[in-house]
Design a protein around this ligand. Structure first.
Ligand code: MV4
Length: 449
């Protein structure tokens, strides 16, 4: 097992990783920018290294600075968290070339899933249902026209190097194809330096359901059920829950088993998330994420597993601590992402936290690096706390969540807590009746304007 892990991240996830390390008897090294010198993850870690100025390009994305920090502190592994370098295959390669373990999949698996066309092809060959479409071979407009007609309009043009919603265009009929595809290509070239595109059947109102998987790198894999992540605004998730209110237990085990089989089939190592669109009782693979996700605690709540511990175990060559038959699901969990943002305008609200009182009690978890007097810096993602609530039933969970949101006091800065309060009181949300478009379509009603 590793003796010392360098945590190549900041904020609540750096703290989350530190906690797993501590419980495993592993020492931690925090890295931080000059803007994060007073951050909680830095205070709690055994050692810390300042890796650069506030701009992430010069600190949290600065590979030479991170490698130097790992070498100076004699760390034997690096945990990348989410965001930043977590899905950068080059980083994984460079870390391993320095004889430091990368706590994540192999660089080849990161690269495979980073190419959305290759990922889709691989998943289809592994028996995972994918969105109808064509993969590759859109060299000229005639081919694109033939492909779109075969799929049937409306089609969605996506960038092979994209993901997370960037570089997509809905095309309603052939008259729009040339202009929109050209536009999408230009945007993709600008954003990713790669204008390879693919076309898919456009699904008008699906849910976004993702399956948590884990592999040991030796052909063994398990699934830990799904999370419903349909509640999003501009491709930023707002609230996630598990299990999905839309699925029954047969659908759950069927898609879970197919996902785990695919992961086992490629000897995948570590945590992964297989993203699906779900509509009219059918699942369609869209993308796979090769990192620990922000919303992993809802899965931890219903499975009582520590996902970071499992990541560390398999990265060190240990087996997964359980097999599929030992995975059990219990109750219901919801995560609210609390951002330092105005809840109506979503404008970031960096500044000093003058008062901090998180909720507690049975079934309540708050992952946050906040404390009274902490200054939320303006340079990074505005996520400042995750409130994760568990109950025996969805109703118990939502009643508890309402109680927790009322208790949660964060003074000095605006947060998105009022949006979550409106959500837990909304009859359609309470019914579990929502798609990926529901939140944006109902924001005015929820929080006024
Ligand atoms: C789609 C889709 C409809 N049809 N693909 C957006 C993020 C990226 N991961 C995939 N996305 C979508 N792909 C087809 N064929 C609609 C979306 C989409 C979406 C997906 C998940 C969650 C929120 C979303 C919001 C808008 C569009």
């Amino acid at each position: 097992m590793f003796e010392k892990i360098l945590i190549a991240n900041r904020g609540e996830i750096a703290l989350r990783i530190h906690r797993a390390c501590r419980e495993m008897g592993i020492k931690t090294v925090a890295v931080h920018s000059t803007a994060d010198a007073e951050a909680m993850h830095v205070r709690l870690a055994d050692e810390s290294v300042c890796i650069g100025p506030p701009n992430p390009k010069e600190s949290y994305l600065n590979i030479p600075a991170l490698i130097s920090a790992a070498e100076i502190t004699d760390a034997d592994a690096v945990h990348p968290g989410y965001g930043f370098l977590s899905e950068n295959a080059r980083f994984a390669e460079i870390v391993e070339a320095h004889n430091i373990a990368f706590i994540g999949p192999t660089a080849d698996h990161i690269r495979l899933m980073g190419d959305k066309i290759a990922a889709k092809q691989a998943m289809r060959e592994l028996g995972v249902p994918v969105v109808p479409g064509i993969e590759g071979g859109m060299e000229d407009m005639d081919e694109a026209r033939r492909a779109a007609a075969e799929i049937g309009y409306p089609v969605l043009a996506k960038a092979a190097a994209g993901g997370g919603g960037r570089g997509m265009k809905v095309i309603h009929d052939e008259s729009q194809l040339e202009e929109l595809l050209t536009q999408a290509r230009n945007e993709a070239m600008h954003a990713f330096g790669d204008d390879t595109m693919y076309l898919e059947k456009f699904l008008p109102s699906p849910r976004h359901i993702e399956v948590q998987v884990f592999g040991d790198g030796k052909g063994n894999a398990i699934h830990l059920g799904e999370r419903d992540c349909s509640l999003q605004r501009r491709h930023q998730k707002v609230l996630e829950e598990a299990p999905s209110p839309a699925l029954n237990s047969e659908e759950r085990s069927s898609i879970g088993e197919r996902a785990a089989k695919a992961i086992a089939g490629i000897n995948y190592r570590g945590a992964g998330t297989i993203e699906f669109l779900y509509q009219d009782g059918e699942f369609f693979f869209i993308e796979m994420n090769t990192r620990l996700q922000v919303e992993h605690p809802v899965t931890e709540a219903i499975t009582r597993l520590d996902l970071v511990r499992e990541q560390i175990r398999v990265a060190s060559g240990a087996p997964l601590s359980l097999e599929q038959s030992e995975v059990t699901f219990s109750g219901h969990a919801v995560e609210c992402r609390i951002n330092a943002e105005n809840h109506k305008t979503f404008r970031p609200t960096p500044g000093t936290v003058t008062d901090y009182h998180p909720p507690g009690g049975l079934g309540v978890r708050v992952d946050s690096g906040l404390y009274q007097g902490y200054r939320v810096p303006p340079y990074y993602d505005s996520l400042i706390a995750k409130l994760v609530v568990h109950g025996r039933t969805r109703n118990e969970c939502l009643m508890r969540l309402r109680r927790c949101l009322e208790e949660f006091a964060i003074g000095g800065i605006d947060t998105t807590i009022p949006l979550h309060m409106a959500l837990v009181d909304d009859p359609e949300f309470i019914d579990g009746d929502y798609t990926i478009h529901w939140l944006e379509q109902n924001l005015d009603r929820l929080v006024g304007d």
